[in-house]
Design a protein around this ligand. Structure first.
Ligand code: SF4
Ligand code: SF4
Length: 147
């Protein structure tokens, strides 16, 4: 679901431009408002949605996800630790979904080089590196070994 800017909310601060990994959020030189120059190349990472201080960036819902939808808005309530997805349908119905923000403190994630190299015998394991400890669980279900 690529993004688009609500021009009435955007103040042209450029934070979405700085953070977009696809380099497709640009500031219109005439209107001084941001716009997604190529929605087909949107990674749909929503970094711009989260970074926008004006909550000016909405999302175009795909037809299979919101068949009657015409607007998908993300609202952050940082103090409450919540994110709301608000879907407005063309027939006027509104549905809201609420999720907790899973914030990780800036700089707290270890870089891959900070981990010990896995033992070569672990290469045949169905686990990814440092699982299950990295997921903070004791065990994970695994498939029985194939013959
Ligand atoms: S969702 Fe990601 S890729 Fe798409 S415009 Fe926003 S920051 Fe760029
Ligand atoms: S971050 Fe928000 S307010 Fe700033 S330019 Fe982008 S859309 Fe506009």
């Amino acid at each position: 679901m690529p993004t688009y800017t609500d021009m009435t909310r955007c103040d042209g601060c450029g934070e979405c431009v700085d953070i977009c990994p696809s380099d497709i959020m640009h500031i219109d030189p005439v209107n001084r408002r941001s716009y997604n120059i190529e929605p087909n190349f949107c990674w749909e990472c929503y970094a711009c949605v989260k970074a926008c201080p004006q909550q000016a960036i909405d999302v175009r819902g795909y037809a299979d996800f919101v068949p009657l939808g015409h607007k998908v808005r993300v609202l952050r309530k940082e103090k409450k630790g919540l994110v709301f997805w608000k879907v407005t349908f063309r027939d006027g119905r509104v549905k809201e979904f609420t999720f907790p923000i899973r914030t990780t403190p800036w700089g707290s994630i270890k870089s891959p080089s900070a981990y010990e190299a896995p033992d070569p015998s672990e290469l045949s394991s169905p686990m990814l590196a440092h699982e299950p400890a990295a997921l903070k669980v004791e065990t994970l279900p695994t498939l029985p070994p194939s013959n």
